[in-house]
Write a protein that binds this ligand. Sequence first.
Ligand code: AN7
Length: 372
Amino acid sequence: MTRYTGIIDAYRSRLPLPPEAKAISLGEGRTPLIKLDNLVRHEGVEADIYVKFEGTNPTGSFKDRGMTMAVTEAVHRGAKAILCASTGNTSAAAAAYAARAGIKSFVLIPEGKIAMGKLAQAVVHGATIVQVRGNFDDGMRLVKEVSETSPVVLVNSVNPYRLQGQKTAAFEIVEALGEAPDYHCLPVGNAGNITAHWIGYSECAGTGTQACLLCKGNCTFCQTGSTPKRPKMIGYQAAGSAPFMRGAAVKNPETVATAIRIGDPQSWDPAWIVQKESGGWFDECTDAEILACQRLLAEQEGVFCEPASATSLAGALRDLKSGKIPAGSTVVCTLTGNGMKDPDIILKGGFPAMIEVDAVKSAVERVLVDRL
Ligand code: AN7
């Protein structure tokens, strides 16, 4: 028996950490790659669609892969505090990994517009929570400024160790499928994760990528069966918050998918490199499409992701139906976060009235008989 202890121990030789740095880990990574059967049949599309369910990470999102690296590196350098701006998931991960490391965390969140589960995580892990009168982009500007003059380490994805950790999701997919998929679809906010995946796939292909700002193409390449194939990377944004579609920052981003309510992406240039190098594209989904897809996935497959995460699958299904993604393709959609972070969005959408009964067997049986 070998106890799984997270992505740093699993991929240490492919991560740029000093050998003596002690991993700060919660056992992140090794998330399930689930093949969609019912949904593919239900939607009448012809493709092998897999979802990489990052919602099973310790704090419920892909951010844990990046945060274990950022916090490990920061603590190794002697940091006593970390700082981030966040739409919710980064702050949850920062708070948890800071607690694990025994250091302080400061998180800037936008006014309102943060899912309750994520806020609860920042609270329970003891972060200092600063609510900014403004949106995520305002918070991001502030943490960049403050981290220049205060003894805190910035752990947003502008910290290159974040993307180095997040690239391990691509390693896991290549290991699981034996090669890269034809298409990889992700929801895009700051575009850090789509960049990180491309770095990971590029290392597996032994090619490196200009998008890798840390190694500049000199990463240690994959040692476990290098495969020359790299996927086309597709980034889907929420329509009210789609700077990659507009070709410029969006001033007042709005979407029900609060995780990706980001108007001024931090990985703007690398993400365009990813799009060009991979031959993929960006597109947008409406809030209605996003919520419908979140429901569809939950009802058809038993997988509950948060709204932002459903954007990848909503876009992929549309592009499969139109033929933009050819029939017969292998498609991986990243489900970036867990649906349980944002229960409000489901309950607000209404639910069948609960059936109240007396505490007797016959009353419960009557409910069953009527419905079986
Ligand atoms: C569920 O937590 O930016 O394109 O501050 O939480 O790498 O930004 C969250 C981003 C997708 C977008 N899905 O990833 C934050 C934050 C979920 C997310 C994204 C986020 P990037």
